[in-house]
Design a protein around this ligand. Structure first.
Ligand code: ACO
Ligand code: PYR
Length: 539
């Protein structure tokens, strides 16, 4: 049985077959560089026979140096009833300049007769001729046996004949594909075992996630003798995606003891996975195992109390092993421990005053009962904690505000806000228009404050969400406004709750400015450092 496993990353090929993902050549190159730093062994860059973007990717990468990974180009076996040497796709693989070609061929008799509409014999010839042609050009050849598991279940003898043909023609790897993602781990293990008894060529696995089992199936295949796992970062890919390498890799290395990456490389997994989600412009689920923001976040008071004694009470691995970190959330489910940990995180000067933390917990629970929810509003929570532990200076006080919203038959809606605030003992009136009432209020408040706090010109509202709260007693008829503000190098979130949407927005707005003016925290700086490392923040 192998003790090491090769990782074949297909984020740039099968990953881009996922709905909503489209990468430019520049994006692909950035991702390839990151994957190489992570330490994957193969990077499948695309299909040169498919489009000019992929041809350009290979043109550019052929002169680049990769420390760890081999770049591979993807294609299919030759078209039916033709010669391999005349096949455009196979020639594009050779012309791409890669040293490794990955081609897929049919294993399932039903696909041979229905999808490509040829004979079982001709399909065997297509496989043999194509692998042999690429080998004759000096390439390492990875043969992806498409639909192998479905083919084996339907006609095991034929499925085995197809991979024997690839082996006879000199394939370096035979990768068994669960293309439709419908197999279960027990079946995968049994069939990989049967294949291992049939061929001597090293075997790999390529699993799709249609039953949410791609990671489990990949692990089962490795345990049955597969030495290569194909997958994508964050599980991107056709339909429900491919095996998620951000989970496959740590499971193989930390749970099953296979050698995959170095310890240092494994520590970059979280940042690589988040970097790729940024470049792909795909939302990263917070609860993604190992690398998600919530993968080691503790909310329940019981959990937090225990992790303070020993983190392994509620953590299956040390988050640092994969470059993630522990987080403690404060909410209505919190106990005193949550507040103490949060206060420590914020570097607050407190002397473990149990009475004070108890009061804060009570206050937070009451506010959550009224509709506040602090998990998404770290800045508002921080202001509450700073206020309680350190006391905060008042940057201004509201005397009043008024809103005017006017719509005439012939003109678009105009919003205007008039604000009266007291700053440093002086009362200031301002009025401003905006493209909506909240924008007008924001503009008027800034106008009042800018002479005292010129820094606010650099901050902007970047997101605004309103949620109508459930009809529970305390929250009936209320809305919760969540605001995101940015200074283009960091962002922070604040929150307001009221039965009036303008008042809720006001609370969130005031907190967003207070937070900006009262100084960023260690956490904000850390996040910024992390984003800089990821290359997401530009100066
Ligand atoms: C399991 C997988 O994920 S495989 C990868 C799937 N990815 C993609 O398809 C993305 C890239 N694809 C493309 O850009 C295009 O489909 C191309 C350029 C490859 C082919 O385009 P076209 O020539 O217009 O063919 P089209 O896509 O309509 O049909 C596929 C053809 O390939 C044939 N084909 C399918 N699999 C194979 C195979 N393993 N070996 C040989 N031929 C095959 C089909 O029979 C069909 O031929 P037909 O037109 O004679 O019926
Ligand atoms: C090759 C491939 O992508 C598959 O069979 O799913």
């Amino acid at each position: 049985m192998p003790t090491s496993v090769k990782i074949f990353d297909t984020t740039l090929r099968d990953g881009t077959q996922g709905e909503g993902i489209s990468l430019s050549v520049e994006d692909k190159i950035k991702i390839a560089r990151k994957l190489d730093e992570l330490g994957v062994h193969y990077i499948e860059g695309g299909w040169p026979g498919s489009n000019s973007k992929d041809i350009e990717f290979f043109e550019r990468t052929r002169t680049m140096t990769f420390k760890n990974a081999k770049i591979t180009a993807f294609g299919s076996t030759r078209r039916k009833d033709s010669k391999a040497c005349d096949d455009i796709n196979l020639n594009r693989l050779v012309d791409s300049g890669v040293q490794v070609a990955t081609i897929f061929g049919k294993s399932w008799d039903f696909h041979v007769t229905t999808a490509i509409q040829t004979t079982l014999e001709e399909n065997l010839n297509m496989i043999y001729d194509s692998v042999q042609f690429l080998k004759s050009k000096g390439l390492e050849v990875i043969y992806d046996a498409e639909h192998f598991f479905d083919g084996y279940k339907n006609n095991a003898e034929y499925a085995l004949q197809t991979i024997s043909k690839a082996q006879d023609a000199g394939a370096d790897w035979i990768v068994l594909c669960d293309t439709n993602g419908g197999s279960l781990p027990g079946e995968i293990a049994q069939i990989v075992g049967a294949v291992k008894a049939h061929v001597s060529t090293p075997v790999g696995i390529h699993a799709h996630n249609d039953c949410e089992l791609a990671v489990a199936n990949s692990l089962a295949a490795v345990q049955a003798g597969a030495g290569q796992v194909q997958g994508t970062i964050n599980g991107y890919g056709e339909r429900c995606g491919n095996a998620n390498l951000s989970s496959v890799i740590p499971n193989l290395q930390l749970k099953l003891g296979y050698s995959v990456l170095s310890d240092e490389q494994l520590k970059s997994l979280t940042s690589v996975s988040r970097y790729i989600s940024e470049i792909a412009n795909m939302h990263m689920p917070i609860n993604q195992p190992f690398v998600g923001n919530a993968a080691f976040a503790h909310k329940g008071g019981i959990h937090v109390s225990a992790i303070l004694k020993d983190a392994s009470t509620y953590e299956h691995i040390k988050p640092e092993l994969v470059g993630n970190k522990q987080r403690v959330l404060v909410s209505e489910l919190a106990g005193q421990s949550n507040v103490l940990v949060k206060a420590q995180e914020l570097n607050l000067d407190f002397d473990r005053d149990p009475q004070k933390s108890k009061e804060i917990i009570e206050k937070i629970k009451e506010m959550e009962h009224q509709g506040y929810q602090f998990e998404g509003a770290d800045a508002t929570l921080e202001l509450i904690l700073r206020e309680a532990f350190e006391g905060l200076e008042e940057i201004f006080t509201l005397e009043s505000f008024k809103m005017l919203v006017e719509k005439t038959a012939n003109h678009a809606v105009v919003s205007e806000a008039i604000v009266k605030v007291k700053v440093h003992g002086e009362t200031i009136y301002t009025a401003a228009e905006g493209n909506g009432p909240v924008n007008a209020l924001d503009n008027a408040l800034r106008k009042a404050l800018i002479q005292y706090y010129p820094d606010i010109k650099n901050i902007h509202l970047s997101d605004y969400k309103v949620r109508v709260l459930d009809e529970k007693d305390a929250t009936a008829g209320k809305v919760r406004v969540l605001m995101e503000t940015t200074d283009f190098s960091s962002t922070w979130n604040t929150l307001g709750v009221s039965s009036n949407i303008i008042e809720a927005s006001w609370y969130a707005l005031v907190d967003s400015l207070r937070y900006a003016l009262l100084g960023r925290t260690r956490i904000e700086r850390e996040d910024k450092d992390q984003l800089e490392q990821l290359g997401v923040v530009n100066h």
